[in-house]
Ligand binder design. Sequence first.
Ligand code: AP5
Length: 190
Amino acid sequence: MAGTKCIITGVPGVGKTTVITEALKRLEEAGRPYAYLSFGSFMFEVAAKKGLVKNRDEMRLLGKDDQRQLQQEAAGEIARIDGDVIVDTHASVKTPKGYLPGLPEWVLEALRPDLFVLIETDEDQILGRRFGDPSRIRDLDTYGALRSHQSFNRAIAAAYAMKTGCTVAIVTNADHLLDRAVDQLVTLLS
Ligand code: AP5
């Protein structure tokens, strides 16, 4: 049985990993466990072995061909994992040469998602979270740039749905309302 494959995305700093972590705990308690796979971690493992990067935040600065190769290798590994799976990744990645699709055709075909989730919130909240996270090297985007990125992600999610027939859901992770975002995600995955 192939299981349910859910792809969860959101611009860096939106809190996607925080929401997913809490939702996974609740789903486990409810007897509906999902395996958690971080696409970025699969990519980073290969990139670090090849000596291309020292941390995960350097990956979005690599050349397009390197990033595409890493995507392909990560997708191949993830595609081999059966059952109910959450893939934590990006609808698009902001690179120095423009937005790179997080799921180009060959990645989409390998992953075959049933559900595609966009985690979003207001741009000022995302900026605040990026400034407040010294553990990472975050892009210092403007409000407008972040708005464009979130809007581009909605557009490309529609293209992914057209290609695969998956559904697309938007979960809002607003400041001080983490529980509401977690509730929404748990409902989608139950
Ligand atoms: P990835 O590992 O996905 O890193 P990321 O984008 O930085 O995302 P995080 O996992 O850190 O989560 P987050 O930023 O959404 O938020 P967090 O939960 O930490 O990707 C790493 C790299 O891999 C990418 O940059 C890219 O290069 C590459 N990659 C991945 N997929 C790819 C693909 N398909 N193609 C090409 N490259 C790919 O939370 C942030 C902060 O917000 C925390 O401090 C948290 O406490 C706070 N917070 C969260 N929720 C709330 C709330 N409701 N209220 C207040 N504060 C909150």
